[in-house]
Ligand binder design. Sequence first.
Ligand code: N2P
Length: 425
Amino acid sequence: MPAAPTVNLLYADSLRLTDCRRCNNPPFHKRTVPMKKISMAAALIGLVLTACSGGQQTAAESSAHSSGQQTAAESSAPSSHTASDKLNIYNWSDYVDPATLEAFEKNTHINVRYDYYDSNEALEAKLLTGKSGYDLVAPSIANVGRQIKAGAYQKIDKSQIPNYANIDADLLAMMAKVDPGNQYAVPYFWGINTLAINKKLVQKALGTEQLPENEWDLVFNPEYTKKLKSCGISYFDSAIEQIPLALHYLGKDPNTENPDDIKAAVNMMKKVRPDIKRFTSSGYIDDMAAGNLCVSVGYGGDLNIAKTRAQEAKNGVEIEVLAPKSGVGIWVDSLMIPRDAQNTANAHKYINHTLDPEVAAQNGNFVTYAPASRPARALMDEKYTGDASIFPTKELMDKSFIVSPKSTDASRLSVRLWQSLKAGK
Ligand code: N2P
């Protein structure tokens, strides 16, 4: 068993309430270096240029590799490990079409155990014990760099991933800021942190269908929250995701490590704390779909899943996922192999499977996020590829920010302040 990674468990104390309790997928049986902000901004600009169906560049083109269409089952990539029929995946809830997992199992005769989390904090707490018990996990870009430095992962063997060539080259460039040489992290999906409304309930609570010019007023401005309290507001149950949004609303650097700025953001949220009904990073999907919340801050695709669930339920709930003009948080999630993984050949096969254009498009339509597999995008339903909350427009990206890594000190302060906010202290 390899030694445990060496980063402190920054989030361990805050996790009692943050582990995923309401994950909806069907069961399938100390020191960090902040990213260079300027170069991350450049990566963001590159990403939007190829975000939608117009752009064509893939890692294939940048590495002179042919466009991959090979599935994991067809791949005969060599394995340096003893053949195993197991694969243990720990991934975000609502982040895969179960049918693609079934196809993978059928084609490869690998049995997949698939468990869920709904926050980077929950994943990091499990991972940094050094005994995760998983072969694949999917942290966001904000946590990848420090987890690599902590020794939490094994390197990827790209020769076992023929479909690696399909990855959007701009995503790889963005990830290279935290994973130099793209040695450890293979992009899976990317998306935004935004908010959604129940149109009828919000209209009733505000007494108008006119939304504020800055849509973030709905969750940060007491003038609005005191009215919306009656129908229910939710925030992320995650300091990593929620605090940068508050900083951005205040006009401060969303990724600041300045303690005074972080305190100012939390103090602003304290003012509206009595109006916040729930802190949740996955439960808002069903609560929004059922009409139990009227405004939720959440992951863009998950909010779109809530919208779809309400439509399917024909319950009269009409959800609109907003793409606020003032900007949103942006992240990239990557598949990574933990240090203690036992079934690494199968992990590579699964990564390859997720990058197959047909599989990635099927997953993209199901989870309503933008897949890292670039050729998959042309295969997705146009109602999703044309939706700015799933494939952000250039205008939105220009106003937005990447949720970036923070130093240990800034993370500790954020966690401490976050706990007191949640406790209403
Ligand atoms: C999936 C949420 C994934 C997005 N439900 C978080 N980065």
